[in-house]
Write a protein that binds this ligand. Sequence first.
Ligand code: OAD
Length: 251
Amino acid sequence: MSGAGRRSSSDDLILARELALHAERPVVFTGAGVSAESGIPTFRDALTGLWAQYDPEQLATEAGYRNDPALVWRWYASRRERIAQAKPNPAHDAIADYGRRKPRLQVITQNVDGLHQRAGSADVIELHGSILRVRCLDGCAGQAVGWESDPRVPPLCARCSAPLRPDVVWFGEFLPEAALARAQRAVTECDLMIVVGTSALVYPAAELPFSARRNGSEVITVNPESTAVDEIARVMLAGKAGDLLPRLLGA
Ligand code: OAD
């Protein structure tokens, strides 16, 4: 197992397994890399196909949506279709299984694909929302409608007739307060944080591993590449989540 110039010996895996086995209040913190082996491109993968001509920072913003609601709605509908065909991979399954053995496990994700929940993880904290939900663009409370509506045009809010929007965090937007507060509380209490498949470039989510470390938690990273979190990691497991997590978390 070696990422860019990183070596992970089997001793690392043995140490990491010990930490995971004895943790009483573990947190698993995930990014797009945990869903890569489910066929869902990560953010740092280039956009492909029809969407290659677009910049996500142009599409995934409120301004981009107000500018062309139908285009952005179609982009999310195509991503939702891809997610509907995807399946949780062995990484999601290993995390769900670990949660059944560690009732105090808290899963915090930056992903919007709902795959942790489909794998059986309970009580997932979705820092960046969910592509499977929509809400009113102008903020009417409680509006949520399924995606069975026409994928070509955004449906309108039943209360105020503004277009509905995906219930995800767009660039430049604040994270959902309740989710962020729960995540920040979880990292003040955890004794182990396993950081899986995130480049740790986007704040405030990326701050969580450093907060956990400052609060005395051990940190394990699982990623083919090196990231800034490696500086504070007790163990760095270089490789794919679908391969490493079953070996790290398996009973
Ligand atoms: P990125 O695309 O930034 O990073 C994906 C990480 O996963 C990289 O570090 C890869 O090396 C790693 N990776 C790739 N394949 C992997 C595999 N099979 N197993 C394990 N790791 C793998 O995605 P995120 O870090 O999740 O925010 O991006 C964070 C946020 O940036 C996203 O939530 C999104 C984006 O802007 C919003 O949409 C608000």
